[in-house]
Design a protein around this ligand. Sequence first.
Ligand code: GUN
Length: 290
Amino acid sequence: MQLLDGKLTSNTLKDEIAKEVSKVLAQGGKKPHLAAILVGSNGASETYVNAKVKACEKVGFDSTLVRMSEDVSEEELLNEVRKINENPAIDGLIVQLPLPKHISEIKVTETIVPEKDVDGFHPVNLGRMTLNLPTFLPATPAGIVELLDRYDIETSGKHCVVIGRSHIVGSPMSILMARNAKVGNCTVTLTHSRTTNLEEISRSADILIVALGKPEFVTADMVKEGAVIVDVGITRVKSDKTKSGWKLKGDVAFDEVAPKCSFITPVPGGVGPMTIASLLKNTLISARGK
Ligand code: GUN
């Protein structure tokens, strides 16, 4: 079994991005600039957004973090998005999800101009992705593709099973793995809460991508010998063994599954850091396009 080390790979990617930024600056260009909007104070969202801002600093980007209170109106949030849309100094905009119940995520997503939608969530960008046209790919699926690519994992003709059909991960992931591309050409099965025979389908996967947000859902009996496992789950669970009182758990029972597979992502240090590196890559592409 070999680890798919997202931390190491994302550091390589970030070094490449930082070099690119230095080159642009040396030629008199400007720093790429990412704006993030964080609504409320959800602990996990706070952690993710802070990590994104820190990563911007690391590669030499400018960043702007806009914090809005939990009870902000939908219109106020949409106005902030429109303001950033029109600000020529900003190349990319993300609104951290989930949003409070009274705000429509799709309305917010559709208000971000596709040219600054570095999350790749706008219907125009998702449509372009589906047609295999150049676009901003959603950061988590793009990070997984990059990780599989950098470890030279053969995907062509393989059976890829995706567990979870979220708009952010599972659904775009299934489309990317089926595309005619270097990492792609898989026969894909997208499974979800209404799937029957999930265990059996999962056991037939050469590549298993798990993104449903249930800690240790995938057990050893659901995995084929020699499979490649990508664990997108990252849930805080209580622990009396850590100082903080909690620890992070993936959707895969790592200790029992790891000995059975050829490659596996750890949690943390697998998919998470790759997501951030992909977001930076999209922001660099957006800045270059100007
Ligand atoms: N919440 C969980 N993942 C993501 C992501 O990739 N982008 C945004 N904006 N919110 C998220």
